[in-house]
Structures are given as C-alpha cells and as structure tokens.
Design a protein around this ligand. Structure first.
Ligand code: GUN
Length: 283
C-alpha cells in the first residue's frame, strides 16, 4: 500500500476533545449544550447509531435527551414532540434519526425543526444557505469528509472533484461544500455514463453510493485522494466501503479506511454542530 491512511478515529477524537473544551467553557457561563435524539421504531442499525450518538454526547459534556418512540406513533404526535423540543431552552440541537416509517412524511418533520436547532442541516433553510455559499448548519457526514480532506492537505481550489451519489444527506451537500472551496465538481450517480472515465479524471473522489466496492481500484487516478463514505456489511458480517480498498490504496495518495474513516467523523461533527448551536444562544 502506498496511500496515506486517513485515520478518522484519531481525527474524530481530536474534534471531540475540542468540543469538550468548548462545553467546559460554556459550563463556566452556566450553559450546558443539549442534544435531543429522536428515534422512531426499532430498526437495529438506527438504534446502534442513536445510542452511540447519545454516549459520545455525554462524554463531551453535551446533555443528551433520548426519545425512542414506537413505530406506530402518528405524524401529528411526532410533530408535537418536535415543536415542544423547539420551545425547550435546555435543547440546542434536535436530531430525528432517518429513515422514518413510511406513514410519516419526512419532509413535514424536517420542516418542523427550528432551523436554529437543526444540527443535521436538513431543514430547507439550512440547505438553501449552504447552496448559496453562506452555510449555517452543514450535514454532519459531508462536514466530516471536509475535515478529513483538510487532514490530507488537499488543495481543493481548481482541483477536479467527483462525488458519487446524490443523496440529500451526503452527496448534494458534499458537492456544495467542494464548490464553495473552488473545486470543479462532478456529481455522479446511478445514471452517469462512463463512471470509470469520470472518476479517472478526478483529483478528489468522494464515494457515497452505498454499494460494496463498486468503485474499482483501477479507476483511481494515481495520487488522488479517496474519501469512502460507504458502510456495507458482507455476508460474513465484515464492514466494507464503496471503494475497492486494497487496489485503490496502491494508486491513491491518501485514502480513508472502512471502518475507522468517515464513520467516526459524523458523530464528532454532530457534537460540534450542537456546541455551535448552544454557543449562538445569548444567555
Ligand atoms: N440517517 C443516516 N444518516 C443520518 C444522519 O446523519 N442524520 C439523521 N438524522 N439520520 C441519518
């Protein structure tokens, strides 16, 4: 392997240390940042995420308020909870874990979250601010990817960057962030023609398509930086990314491992967003 490994676990630990320093300073002013984490239903993967979010919050001096609701809860009841959290001065950040059950309109729930408490950055106001290049809250996974690119020393201005996957949670905000840093951005997706050719031109590759090892090592331009957002479980229970890691690491200058790359960054950035939300409250 020739690529430098971008150690998300180590970078996330550093970010969490910075968050802790900020919560200690805020506590001295009598302000404890609070994060409400709402989970509807018992999807096991979501339950694991939500538990680790709450645990990491407490370790960083952020008060975590857990709301685990039965999957039968009505949309109206969920909206009532969100509005009560909007009005609760001890709550600075609100996270509603996605996906929601199909009888609940996700858009309605996201739009009900106060934009000032939208630490996921999913509210249309925050999406619009990011699109205009004046972000307030930025979705946590793309923010983590940008932090790892900084760690890699990526020169983004003028670079060719490709994002594979156009989700609202990762791909679209990632493309906006890279654009704001003056990269020349291609947003590729399942209908892209000649994906290999597009990737081969790129200096920076962000893979977020959610298909195990779909990005082949020979598609990586020598010296490119590879950020792998994918987390896929194999039949043997192993976690692998969207990039064919071993072959890509022979060509890339830097690459994130899976697990231990982007994954740990997401929660660290969520906590950073929560402390930002609390710090912007005038007490
Ligand atoms: N589901 C998958 N990723 C996320 C995330 O970043 N935030 C929320 N709320 N739900 C998710």
């Amino acid at each position: 392997m020739t690529a430098r490994l971008l150690d998300g676990k180590a970078v996330a630990a550093r970010v969490r240390g910075e968050v802790l320093a900020r919560t200690v300073a805020l506590a001295a002013r009598g302000l404890v940042p609070g994060l409400a984490v709402v989970l509807v239903g018992e999807d096991p993967a979501s339950a694991v995420y939500v538990r680790s979010k709450a645990k990491a919050a407490r370790e960083c001096g952020v008060a975590a308020f857990d709301y685990t609701l039965p999957k039968e809860i009505s949309e109206a009841e969920l909206l009532t909870l969100v509005r009560s959290l909007n009005d609760d001065p001890t709550v600075h950040g609100i996270l509603v874990q996605l996906p929601l059950p199909s009888h609940i309109r996700t858009r309605k729930v996201i739009e009900a979250i106060s934009p000032e408490k939208d630490v996921d950055g999913f509210h249309p106001l925050n999406v619009g601010l990011l699109a205009q290049g004046t972000p307030r809250f930025v979705p946590c996974t793309p923010l983590g990817c940008m932090t790892l690119l900084a760690e890699a020393g990526a020169e983004l201005a003028g670079a060719r960057a490709i994002v594979i996957g156009r989700s609202n949670i990762v791909g679209k905000p990632m493309a906006a962030l890279l654009t704001a840093r003056d990269a020349t951005v291609t947003l590729a997706h399942s209908r892209t023609r000649d994906l290999a050719g597009e990737i081969l031109r790129a200096d920076v590759i962000v893979a977020a398509l959610g298909r195990a090892e779909a990005i082949r090592g020979e598609w990586i331009k020598p010296g490119a930086i590879v950020i792998d957002v994918g987390i896929n479980r194999t039949a043997e229970g192993k976690l692998i990314g969207d990039v064919e890691f071993a072959a890509a690491a022979e060509r890339a200058s830097a690459i994130t491992p899976v697990p231990g790359g982007v994954g740990p960054m997401t929660i660290a950035m969520l906590l950073a967003n929560t402390v930002d939300a609390a710090a912007s409250v005038t007490v």
